[in-house]
Design a protein around this ligand. Structure first.
Ligand code: CMP
Length: 436
């Protein structure tokens, strides 16, 4: 794209942000006069016309977009444009027919090259490998391209993916399409806020989002950027926990929004969808832990990865004992997801010492002191626990003294808190530790 066109598009986007829709529309039309194949400008015209209540013209713009994307195998984008038309006119028969045709492509027709002036979406980023326990059920799913391309035309690497939909049969796919809502966001708009409790997940049709999380020290860490064809918001749906991170539109972004009810229906009928979500969920948990937990701070990228690979992972239901006070310590544990309670028995009475959350470690005291486990650990809700066996722990700390120092410091602090609780000076209550 020429510098002049780029500048015009930036100006138009700025006018949209300021709410000057008529002016923005004029500028986008100039862009289209100079480059009629600019589908992002065409899509923006549709959005503006729709906001201006000029539905028929908006449908005209969206139809062009859907036709070209459909012809070029950019299915998610073509489907998004069709959905936008059907939101304006649910009875638009030509668009219903186009959707059916797009589905036919999903099941087997070859995709052609990208239209002139288009940059291909990046492939879905491969997350780091997961630690595995013997017999640990981590579903194996393929990240294969959805668009099945005829044998004689090998797929170019930049073909778009619809990873979530790849295994859905026709009816389920159409059912899902009907029930997804479209949502467009401006740059900087918060789509998901860390800590909120809400229940949708999103698939990016066009655009880019930034994923950020507050670290233990309170600073904001950028975890990832996600682009076309990827999804987010699955973690809270799977764990039933609050949002694990914030998601902010990095540019104007068009999203499919899938509610929990709709997803539940699809997953009940097609477990492969859940397997894909679970796989991403665990991998994202792990990479976030590596990015935010102080345990990994002293290590560089490679060392973090190799340490994580040594942990074994296990999913544990709520109310299950992980460690029993008095038993021999057998490893260092880390909570990947969920919540556990730490409690000790004194004079036959249970005393809660702490609740631990994702990223927290436990089991370190018995490892460091060679004494029996000093408190019992039980899951409060469904959790994913990582364990580093005693022997591996010893090997690692012998080569990473900073890690040993960090864990020793943590252990000392905890021992002091426990003493204060047992002496009746502190109490662990609903709001955490309180002075007595
Ligand atoms: P959820 O916790 O529901 O809301 C925030 C979302 O950010 C989360 O689901 C994931 O979809 C997404 N997310 C969190 N961490 C990462 C990551 N490391 N890479 C990509 N996406 C992530």
């Amino acid at each position: 794209m020429s510098d002049k066109l780029r500048k015009l598009k930036d100006d138009a986007a700025g006018l949209v942000v300021k709410g000057k829709l008529d002016k923005a529309l004029e500028v986008y039309k100039v862009v289209l006069e100079q480059d009629p194949n600019d589908l992002t400008a065409q899509l923006k015209c549709g959005d503006i016309l729709r906001k201006l209540d000029r539905g028929a013209e908006a449908i005209g713009s969206y139809t062009k977009v859907a036709e070209v994307y459909g012809a070029d195998g950019l299915l998610l984008k073509a489907i998004a444009a069709c959905k936008l038309i059907l939101e304006i006119d649910p009875q638009h028969t030509a668009t219903q027919a186009m959707l059916a045709d797009l589905y036919a492509k999903k099941t087997g027709r070859a995709a052609t090259a990208l239209p002139a002036g288009f940059t291909a979406p990046p492939p879905v980023a491969a997350p780091p490998p997961l630690p595995r326990a013997a017999g640990d059920e981590i579903p194996t799913v393929s990240d294969e391209e959805v668009v099945v391309v005829e044998a004689e035309t090998p797929p170019p690497p930049e073909l778009p993916t619809i990873p979530l939909f790849s295994d859905l049969p026709k009816n389920a796919f159409i059912q899902l399409l009907e029930q997804m809502r479209m949502r467009s966001t401006l740059p900087g708009e918060v789509v998901i806020r860390e800590g909120d409790v809400d229940t949708s997940m999103f698939i990016i049709s066009h655009g880019k989002v930034k994923i950020t999380k507050t670290s233990e020290k309170g600073s904001e860490v950028i975890l990832a950027h996600l682009g076309d064809g990827t999804f987010f918001g699955e973690m809270a749906l799977l764990s039933e926990a609050p949002r694990s991170a914030s998601v902010i539109a990095a540019e104007e972004t068009l999203l499919f929004e899938v509610s929990r009810d709709v997803l539940d229906q699809v997953v009940a009928n097609f477990p492969s969808v859940k397997n894909i979500l679970l796989k991403f969920y665990r991998q994202r948990l792990l990479s976030n832990l590596m990015a935010t937990s102080p345990i990994f701070k002293p290590l560089d990228g490679e060392q973090r990865k190799s340490l994580v690979e040594k942990f074994k992972s296990r999913e544990v239901p709520a109310n299950e004992k992980i460690l029993e006070e008095g038993q021999k310590g057998d490893g260092l544990y880390m909570l990947l997801a969920g919540k556990v309670e730490v409690a000790k028995k004194t004079d036959g009475k249970k005393q809660v010492l702490a609740h631990l959350k994702e990223g927290d470690v436990f089991g370190e005291m018995s490892l460091l002191t060679n004494q029996p486990v000093s408190a019992s650990i039980k899951t409060i809700r469904k959790s994913i626990i990582l364990k580093l066996p005693r022997k591996t722990f010893s090997e690692i700390v012998s080569t990473h003294p900073q890690l040993l120092a960090h864990i020793s410091e943590l252990s000392e602090e905890r021992a002091k808190t426990t003493q204060a609780i047992l002496a009746g000076q502190l109490k662990f209550g609903d709001d955490g530790l309180v002075l007595m």
